[in-house]
Design a protein around this ligand. Structure first.
Ligand SMILES: C[S@@+](CC[C@H](N)C(=O)[O-])C[C@H]1O[C@@H](n2cnc3c(N)ncnc32)[C@H](O)[C@@H]1O
Length: 299
C-alpha cells in the first residue's frame, strides 16, 4: 500500500487528534509488523521532538549514555565512527562531546530527512558541523564493505521487528572492526514491557541471532541507565573478523554498492548510472531516491 498520498491526512491526525502514527499506518494496511515506509513517515512527523527534550534536559541524555560512552572509549584503534538511525543526533552529539577518542571521521544517517535536518542544526550549534549526515536505510546502507571502524546504533533497530538477521548482516558488512548495539532487551523485560514491545513491533532475540550468524560477541550487558523502564536495553559489542580489504570510497550506491562520487552537485555512481540528489545540502541516499541518469556524464 502506497501511503505517500496520505501525508496531509496523517498530519491532521497527528496535530489535531494526537494519533500514534505508526499504529494508524499498520491499522489501515492491516499488518502487525512495521514497514520501512511506516517507520519513515512516523519518525519524520515526530522530527523536532528529540531536540526539544534534549535541550530541556541535556543531563538526562548524558546519564542515559554514560555506560555506552565508556564501552566505546575502550574499543581500540577506531578512527571512523557511524551512528545508524542517528535521528536528530542527540545521542551522537553527547557521545562525541564526552568521548576520550578523537575520531578522524564521523558519520550519521537516518531514514527520515526531517530528522537529519534537525540533526544538522543541532550539530552545527554544538560546533560539530564536520559530521557527515545523509538519509539512508539500514537494510541497504549507502556505505562500502568494511568502510567504517565502529558502527553503532541506539534504539534504531528497535522498530524493525522480524528483520533482525538482515539488519545485523548489513551492519556487519559495513563495519571494519566493531558493531555496537544499544537495543531493546525483550528477553529481560517484564510482562508489561513485553506486551508494549510486541504491540510496537520491536526487535527481539538479538543475542541468539548474532550467535546464529556466527559473529563474536565481546560484551552483552544491561545498559542500566534506561530512560524508559518499559523499554529496557542491552549494550552488545560484536567484534568483526579481520578483513583487510579497504574500500576505494566510503559512500556507495545503496542499490549496487558501487562507489558514489560527488559530481555536478549530486552523488553519482558510474557503475549503476544512478544519481542521488541533495536537498537543502542533505544527500538523499535511499534506494528509492535514485534517479536514472545514463547520460549524466555526457557534455
Ligand atoms: C528511537 S529513534 C533513536 C534515534 C537516535 N539513535 C537517538 O539515539 O536519539 C530511532 C531512529 O531510527 C531510525 N530508523 C529506524 N529504522 C531505520 C532504518 N531501517 N533505516 C534507517 N533509520 C532507521 C528512525 O528514523 C529514528 O530516527
Amino acid at each position: 500500500m502506497n501511503k505517500i498520498n496520505l501525508l496531509s491526512r496523517i498530519q491532521y491526525l497527528y496535530k489535531h487528534e494526537n494519533k500514534n502514527i505508526i499504529q494508524y499506518l499498520k491499522k489501515i494496511s492491516n499488518t502487525s509488523s512495521n514497514s520501512i515506509e511506516d517507520i519513515l513517515i512516523s519518525y519524520d512527523f515526530q522530527a523536532g521532538n528529540y531536540t526539544k527534550s534534549y535541550k530541556e534536559n541535556p543531563n538526562a541524555k548524558k546519564h542515559h549514555l554514560k555506560n555506552l560512552i565508556e564501552v566505546l572509549d575502550d574499543l581500540n584503534g577506531c578512527k571512523t565512527i557511524l551512528e545508524v538511525g542517528v535521528g536528530e543526533a542527540t545521542s551522537l552529539l553527547e557521545i562525541i562531546k564526552s568521548s576520550r577518542v578523537n575520531y578522524d571521521k564521523i558519520f550519521g544517517f537516518d531514514l527520515s530527512w526531517s530528522r537529519i535536518k534537525y540533526a544538522k542544526k543541532l550539530l552545527e550549534e554544538g560546533q560539530l558541523s564536520e559530521v557527515e549526515l545523509f538519509t539512508g536505510d539500514l537494510f541497504n546502507m549507502p556505505l562500502a564493505n568494511n568502510s567504517i571502524d565502529l558502527v553503532y546504533t541506539v534504539h534504531a533497530l528497535e522498530p524493525n521487528g522480524g528483520k533482525e538477521l538482515e539488519a545485523l548482516k548489513e551492519l556487519y558488512r559495513v563495519a571494519s572492526k566493531y558493531v555496537v548495539l544499544v537495543e531493546p532487551y525483550y528477553e529481560g523485560a517484564n510482562s508489561e514491557a513485553k506486551e508494549r514491545m510486541d504491540r510496537l513491533g520491536y526487535i527481539k532475540g538479538l543475542e541468539d541471532k548474532i550467535n546464529q550468524l556466527g559473529y563474536k560477541i565481546l560484551l552483552n550487558k544491561a545498559l542500566n541507565n534506561d530512560m524508559n523502564p518499559l523499554n529496557p536495553a542491552n549494550i552488545i559489542v560484536i567484534e568483526k573478523q579481520k578483513d583487510d580489504h579497504k574500500p576505494p570510497a566510503i559512500l556507495c550506491c545503496p542499490v549496487t554498492k558501487s562507489p558514489l562520487k560527488f559530481i555536478k552537485g549530486c552523488y553519482y555512481s558510474e557503475e549503476s548510472l544512478l544519481a542521488y540528489p541533495l536537498i537543502d545540502g542533505i544527500p538523499c541516499l535511499l534506494s528509492n531516491n535514485a534517479i536514472i541518469a545514463t547520460k549524466f556524464l555526457d557534455d
